[in-house]
Design a protein around this ligand. Structure first.
Ligand SMILES: *[C@@H]1O[C@H](CO)[C@@H](O)[C@H](O)[C@H]1NC(C)=O
Ligand SMILES: *[C@@H]1O[C@H](CO)[C@@H](O)[C@H](O)[C@H]1NC(C)=O
Ligand SMILES: *[C@@H]1O[C@H](CO)[C@@H](O)[C@H](O)[C@H]1NC(C)=O
Length: 512
């Protein structure tokens, strides 16, 4: 073992042992309990995560920036707690949160979607979801890596790669593939580098990294959370949601970030009507599966796994458990036209999205206080002018070029959008209604596009590991606004199985 490695392992121990409370894998509720018992301070919690980031990030590359003001925020939270004299200040008070690097913060952190083209840009204000997190007392720990520009630059960009951070790695294996595009958020909470995190999803970008990195992802109904201040792709499909180690942690974050926002009024006006009074934590019920009707869809999502794999066997085991826990199982369902839905050329998703991206990114860039680039054309020129910085030779920017050629929402785009609406209505929606289902249950996150084109919500929960330690998840999805039911189902399932374990590679490291 070389001396540098030894020293960093040693420092890691100092960090890990500065309080009696075992921080790794602790839930937000356990952390709040430790705060209230004076067994832990926000400052100690934050320092633990900063040490973990120092130690692990050179390998995992999931964090792009650490907030220079995070210590002051943690200390302020500790003072507020002391002044409140033990009165509860809310679940997220004093809790360090990492944000995907596309979620705007008006502070010393940059907001860049992983690209050098946006380094030095100044946002007009915090994204609404960040504003809400700050109001809830959360500590903004830093920004996480992502597939650069959400993969909207080129299909050749690998999951979890961005110019600013390099290739982020899945700590469980899968050849390091963390899935995308919220790779850094999922890796960081999986490796206990933060308490909780936020990701964004247009088509799979929360659910797939959660699945690959053995954590919980909630993809909210489009419009439940405001997208204002977040680098956009498609207002039809974009949504902001939590990636955390447990369902309850994710629900606490969801409660903090949902709500109407005049800056994203059309979508959040509809979305906010779904928010139950008293919020979402009331649905964290151990008996949440009782009386639920669950539709099991295997084909074509289970086909992504080998017949003899643990994933396939575990899925059958989990379906039995769902039934034993009081759910009615409606088995072997199919979604009409699923092949067309999953094919972005056939469904219209690609045609609509490349036009929407140009419109919305240009709008985002125009509203920045300061920026090296003011339009998609500027970004394309920036990449051409900085080919090495942006690894243009290997990855290019084909998708950007296609997008730049579009001219708004014309006949072709309108037809594409109607096509997706029709596919959703006669596909997922019809299946859910015909069988009167509370949720669809699928293995892995292959169903993400079904949910993406319709704006539907879903929760991915860890479901097991292959013999080589590679994780897989189970997905519970439903019609718009059905988060209360999905939370009941996902939480009851999680509590009955408790599958998640921290990455083995990292427990090996910390036992050195
Ligand atoms: C933001 O980017 C600038 C470079 O433009 C850098 O100097 C600064 O340290 C970055 N902020 C953080 C918090 O890393
Ligand atoms: C899995 O089994 C089915 C029939 O049970 C078969 O049609 C299919 O080819 C098998 N797939 C693989 C990858 O072996
Ligand atoms: C909508 O989908 C249904 C079922 O696939 C089909 O019969 C109908 O022609 C479609 N309508 C339009 C306008 O595309």
């Amino acid at each position: 073992m070389n001396i540098v490695f030894f020293l960093s392992a040693f420092l890691f121990f100092i960090g890990a042992n500065s309080s009696q409370f075992p921080i790794d894998e602790a839930t937000v509720a356990e952390i709040q309990h430790a705060f209230s018992q004076n067994k832990l301070t926000s400052r100690e919690l934050l320092d633990h995560y900063l040490n973990k980031i120092d130690f692990l990030n050179p390998v995992l590359k999931s964090v792009l920036e650490v907030n220079p003001d995070a210590r002051a925020q943690a200390e302020a939270a500790d003072r507020e707690r002391e002044l409140a004299g033990g009165k509860a200040l809310g679940e997220l008070h004093g809790i360090p949160v990492l944000l995907k690097d596309s979620i705007g913060t008006k502070d010393r952190l940059n907001t860049t979607a992983g690209s050098f083209a946006l380094l030095g840009s100044v946002v007009p204000r915090d994204a609404k979801v960040v504003h809400r997190l700050r109001n809830a007392g959360a500590v903004i720990l830093g920004k996480t890596s992502l597939t650069e520009w959400y993969g909207s630059r080129s299909m050749k960009i690998p999951h979890g790669w961005c110019a600013r951070g390099g290739q982020a790695l899945n700590p469980y294996g899968k050849g390091g593939d963390p899935c995308g595009s919220s790779s850094g958020s999922a890796i960081s909470v999986a490796a206990n580098m933060a308490a909780v995190s936020l990701g964004t999803e247009t088509d799979g970008s929360i659910l797939c990294p959660a699945d690959y990195n053995s954590v919980v992802g909630i993809k909210p109904t489009v419009g439940l959370t405001s997208r204002a201040g977040v680098i956009p792709i498609s207002p039809r499909q974009d949504t902001i949601g939590p990636i955390c180690r447990t369902v309850s942690d994710a629900v606490y974050v969801l409660d903090a970030i949902v709500g109407f926002d005049p800056m994203d009024s059309e979508a959040t006006k509809v979305g906010s009507q779904f928010i139950p009074s008293g919020g979402y934590k009331q649905f964290l019920k151990r008996d949440g599966l009782t009386g639920k009707r669950l539709g099991i869809v295997r084909h074509p999502f289970s086909d992504l796994y080998a017949n003899e794999s643990t994933a396939i066997q575990s899925f059958e085991h989990h379906v039995k458990l769902l039934r034993k826990s009081g759910a009615t199982i409606v088995d072997n369902l199919q979604i009409s036209n699923v092949a067309a839905i999953l094919n972005p050329y056939e469904s219209g998703e690609l045609v609509a999205m490349i036009a929407e991206f140009k419109l919305t990114i240009n709008d985002y860039l125009k509203n920045l206080i300061q920026s090296p680039v003011r339009s998609l054309a500027d970004i394309i020129a920036f990449n051409n002018n900085h080919p090495e910085l942006e690894n243009m030779k290997e990855y290019g920017q084909d998708a950007f070029l296609l997008s730049e050629q579009t001219e708004g929402i014309g006949e072709a785009e309108k037809a594409a959008i109607s096509m997706m609406e029709n596919l959703s209505r006669h596909g997922f929606e019809e299946m859910m209604k015909t069988y009167n289902l509370d949720a669809m249950v699928t293995l892995g996150t292959g169903a993400e596009t079904v949910l993406a084109i319709g704006g539907y919500p879903a929760i991915s929960v860890p479901a097991g590991y292959e013999g080589n330690g590679e994780p897989f998840g189970i997905l519970f999805s439903g019609l718009k606004g059905t988060e209360p039911k999905l939370i009941e189902i996902a939480y009851a399932y999680e509590q009955a199985t408790m599958v998640r374990r921290p990455p083995p590679l990292l427990s090996d490291l910390s036992s050195l």
